[in-house]
Design a protein around this ligand. Structure first.
Ligand SMILES: O=C(O)CCC(=O)C(=O)O
Length: 256
């Protein structure tokens, strides 16, 4: 699948692109069937909310379930990424951010590159975040908030740690206020099967989910093979260590 020239212009201007109906209800149904069993696993790849109850992230999904391994190489995600970057990519992360109803926590304001660079030693802000909505995402169940065009601004990040003591680089409140005072904000909503592409320098975050509805979003991060991290031996759940190029599968690979 190739993006149109108009979509490329939108992505360059805004730093993100929303692709409604990228996956069919049948394909999303197949993917959703695997989620409860993955979520029930007690392992380092499942991180939990601060209260230790709900699963927050399910990481390393391509290693844990062949179906998600295929989704990571799905041509409707991978071909646009290869088109945008113009070079081979490896899979940096493959996860679901599972914001449970009545308790899924928010994500502090950040740009992915601040953490990829300062924590992992990734040289350049080229990685792409590829999302697929496994739930309907509305203004009520904790959608992502994007600051459109912020990828073209200098945004100052600071080191912090999350509830699991993971090192993260987040954006101080005054800096967020300064940037979104210029860019404004959008919330990224859509039905199951919506795809989203966004770049490493986009300012984003998301609120807590106080609705009754879960908000499962699949997310893979792909990064050019030439841009692999300078730091060696990072934990896989933080940054996958297989730097071999991803090759797109056939379009019907989720049905196979
Ligand atoms: O899932 C979310 O709400 C935020 C995810 C995010 O910020 C990220 O994957 O970088």
């Amino acid at each position: 699948m190739r993006l149109t020239d108009e979509q490329r212009v939108d992505l360059d201007r805004d730093g993100y692109l929303v692709l409604p109906d990228l996956f069919s209800p049948q394909e999303i149904g197949v993917l959703r069937v695997s989620v409860p069993a993955l979520m029930a696993e007690t392992c380092d790849d499942n991180t939990r909310e601060a209260d230790g109850a709900q699963v927050r992230n399910m990481l390393g999904l391509h290693r844990r379930d062949p179906l998600f391994g295929r989704l990571a190489r799905h041509p409707r995600l991978l071909e646009p990424a290869l088109q945008i970057l113009g070079e081979d990519v490896y899979l940096q992360q493959c996860k679901i951010n599972a914001k449970a109803g009545f308790g899924g926590g928010g994500f502090d304001w950040h740009t992915d590159f601040a953490t990829h660079h300062s924590r992992d030693g990734v040289p350049r802000p080229l990685a792409l975040n590829l999302h697929v909505f496994l739930d309907d995402v509305s203004e009520f169940n904790g959608p992502l908030y994007f600051a459109p065009g912020s990828h073209k601004l200098d945004v100052r990040a600071e080191r912090s740690v999350d509830g699991e003591k993971w090192e993260l680089w987040t954006i101080p409140d005054a800096e967020v206020a300064r940037v979104i005072g210029t860019t404004g904000l959008v919330s990224i909503t859509g039905g199951r099967g919506t795809g989203v592409i966004f770049g490493d320098r986009l300012l984003h975050g998301s609120p807590e989910n106080i609705s009754p509805w879960s908000r499962w979003i699949y997310s893979s991060i792909v990064n050019p093979v030439s841009n692999r991290p300078a730091k060696l031996g990072l934990p896989r759940r933080q940054h996958e260590q297989d730097f071999s190029p991803l090759v797109p599968l056939p379009d019907d690979c989720l049905a196979a």
